[in-house]
Design a protein around this ligand. Sequence first.
Ligand code: GLC
Length: 731
Amino acid sequence: MLIKSLSAKGFLLLTFSTVFVGTIVAQEKKSQDRLVSDAAIETKIDVLIKKLTMEEKIGMLHANSIFGTAGVERLGIPGLMTDDGPLGVREDIKEGWASANLTTDSATFFPNGSAIAATWNPTLAYRYGHDLGEESKARKKNIILAPAFNIARTPLCGRTYEYYSEDPYLNTRLAVQAVEGIQSQNVAACVKHFAVNNQEVERGRINVEVDERALREIYLPAFKAAITEGNAWTIMSAYNKLRGAYCSENSYLLQKILKGEWGFKGAVISDWGGTHSTVNAANNGLDVEMGSDPPYNNYYFAAKLLDSVKAGKVSIKAIDEKVRRILWVIYHTSLSDKFTDGKINTPEHSKTAYDIASESIVLLKNDRHLLPLNLSAIKSIAVIGDNATRTFHLGGFGAGVKARYEVTALAGLQNRLGNKVTINFAQGYSGVFKQTGPNINDETSKADPAMIQEAVAAAKKSDVAILFIGGNRDYESESRDRRDLGLPFGEQDLVDAVTAANPNTIIVVVGGAPYDIGKIKQNNHAIVWSWYNGCENGNALADVLTGKINPSGKLPFTFPASLGQSPAHALNAYPGNDFNVKYKEGILVGYRWFDTKRIEPLYPFGYGLSYTTFDYTDLTTDKKTYKKGDVVQVALKVKNNGQVSGKETIQLYVSKPHSVVLRPEKELKAFAKVPVDANGTARVSMKFNVSDLAYFDETGKKWVTEPGDYKILAGSSSRDIRLLTTIHVTR
Ligand code: GLC
């Protein structure tokens, strides 16, 4: 096509189309490259399998140290070198889980999972993965045991802080990006815990009964996307059972769904000590048995497996398939020419931690505009609470990080305020955790009157009081669920006393899961929610409190006004009886329950305020009627009414009136986080596939896209719907 003259619009169109075509070509090349390299890898694997003895093959299938498996030195095959975890690359651990006390294994402490989710920013999830992958490589780990993203079914689950959210779509968008980020460094992500590991009570033997529709619509989507979109190279089978079979030997989960329907080519790694048999596990889809207690030759996948092969109970073909998967991981990681030095504890990684933390903090209430702090008028601040000086990189049971540094809330304020303001510190309460029983957190510490008195004195002599309360990494932990939603350590008494002493009291709650802060919502006027927010925690908090950062976090799960409102508890479907738990709520998890049952929560899913306000206008879709294979393009405008720039997360929910099946009142199908200048307007576009509107039909065992009208709701939270339109899907 000869182009003689171009209007400006024509030039833009041409540029766009050139770029667009270029992008397609680049993507084509990327997938072609992947196909070529995959075929080359397959050929290499075929050659190696022929050379390996059966003993060598079996040696690759089970742990030979607390985080590793044996390689085959004579053939140049390295072993698997795994490490935790979602918060950062864990310090080196000895058998028995004691620290190896090295001086060379510090790493960056990244914000916890629900903090990443509260950013509603998939780009930050990618950066988190990228940096975690770089640090894993620097520590010579070719598998990082992250990301973890089981659905937050009960707010009491001890690992809610590690996971993302109660919504499968938000989980999916973050999980795919985290996996792609990690694997961009030729380190394998290990997505976990597959599947329905939604409580810690009796996690090692609890059997989950969940209907197929809820499994497919709620609990599997993020795992499916991590595999089919994110191309995760490993996945960790969960401790629990699903429908009577342990996840580590569950043929339906591992063979039919994961390896069959989803075409997973990587390796299934058991949770540590989560393997329960030799023949069953070997024939039903487990590839690697991990554990922490030697002697490793006693493992199910060691001598017992060799005997089972010799006895014909496990085929050589099955063993070769496991070895093939492990070699697939090794060729993409430690045998890849890109498995180079990596980087660790860099300023760039600290910046990622800061950016996540600063976008995760949620402004819950500010009705007297105590925030941001007016530093021209304030001469003294009382900083009160154990969480003002506590660090969160270590604690509880399970994975932590030996952080090279962590800026506490107090240190952050000191960094930012310097000597411009007098800071009067009082600890206010002790967050020392006293646990007696297994499985349930039975911490019962009460307030200390002397500590409260000291805090009140600090508050009285200060212009403003900032209270740092909430949970901590001992109080919220793997291996035990919380007993209730209450604030621990007698904190409410402290809040009451300090608030009475100083009307300018600001409450900062630190936690990884919902707490009952109903009394605080009623009595206090400035409430900020923060998280176990990584090494830059204190700097990010100080920047939000002083207004350098306009808060943009939104809650990734519902805060119930009381535990009984929450579906698993309302239906007496937690923690189960006789090691059985039935997910009676089905698909109505989180806001799906609250909205469908018209229950008013304390704070809704997707809620978060800003130092400005936003108005939504002009919600449009590119068509009014769609066919089943179509993409729905949605556009709207967002106006920033204030004098400060900010970021707003517009949430797009879909509702299906008069459906042939039970449907939640609304479901999240898209979201976009956009910066909007002061007094500015942003044009926002989002899209979703018509097929995303499908429900899973249990009878036909397939996804069904129902024809008819659908409501499209644009909201600032699941309970703050600003605009609505309708589309029609034809038969
Ligand atoms: C733990 C956890 C898992 C972790 C593994 C190794 O019990 O369930 O998330 O990666 O063991 O520490």
